[in-house]
Design a protein around this ligand. Sequence first.
Ligand SMILES: Nc1ncnc2c1ncn2[C@@H]1O[C@H](COP(=O)(O)OP(=O)(O)OP(=O)(O)O)[C@@H](O)[C@H]1O
Ligand SMILES: [Mg+2]
Length: 303
Amino acid sequence: MSIPILSARSIVKSFAGRSWFGGAASAKRAVDDIDLDVNEGETLAIVGESGSGKSTLARILLGLTKPSSGEVAYYGHSIDAFTALDWSMFRKAVQPIFQDPASSLNPRMRVHTTLSNVLLRRRLATRDTLDPMITDLLGSVGLDAAQFHDRYPHQLSGGQQQRIAIARAMAVRPRLIIADEPLSSLDMSVQAQILDLLVSLKSNRNLGLVLISHDLNVVDAISDRVIVMYLGKIIEAGPTRQVLGNPASDYTRSLLAAKLVADPHLARERRLAMDAAAASAAKSDHPELQSRTSKPDLPGALQ
Ligand SMILES: Nc1ncnc2c1ncn2[C@@H]1O[C@H](COP(=O)(O)OP(=O)(O)OP(=O)(O)O)[C@@H](O)[C@H]1O
Ligand SMILES: [Mg+2]
């Protein structure tokens, strides 16, 4: 059996509650005893209504928020025992993509600077290889370098900003992308394009993808497994086809009922766009995963 890229065991995150009258504030569990694994090359979706703890869990998986208890491990190595070198390797290997691309890009940096900073800081490019690498990166997210490399974020559309955020994540050749509602700030037509891009990049490079989404049509179209969260807990988990096709819990059934789009024309358009993204995912090459029986060697300090 292969070792997961990322695993979480018994993760709890409590936030102090607010007391309006100066009494003792009770802690609230945003994430409540979560176990999960993310395997190489798979797309794991996390769904659940607003406030169910999805973003808090994502930040814990990214090592950005420390859990109150429980453990996150990268290829079986607890991140609690990471050295500075391990963190630097992890920060490269596990890349976030957030909902609002504008706020994840530095407004004072041109596209070229955003990408060159990452490539040079991570020693992935030299001054000589920088420009061709940036051209390649922009091409891989469907942007023409000549047209875009001098632009500031405010000179880009939302979809173009998200493409730059994706290019920046891809620049460091990650193994896993954790995308928290990467489509929801975008227009519907652009959503399908960005979804298509994420799916093809992921398949071509055999990346793992954790996709947090409110949109069960997207989840249905592209994920292999799905976790359904409610009030910080996992209510249901399993292969997407099974969980969404034949849900075991009333909660999942109610999420599915809520996803039905009232306008039939809109619903059809959305369905077609998502089907196109799913078809392109199926077309992409998906190399066989090699099974591993022991902890794999890791680049850098964890070896
Ligand atoms: N820094 C914080 N301090 C206090 N409470 C927080 C903090 N971050 C999140 N919470 C609370 O934890 C719970 C889970 O929040 P979280 O943002 O993880 O939910 P979510 O599932 O991502 O919601 P949404 O779908 O709206 O993005 C919420 O009740 C939220 O108010
Ligand atoms: Mg959230």
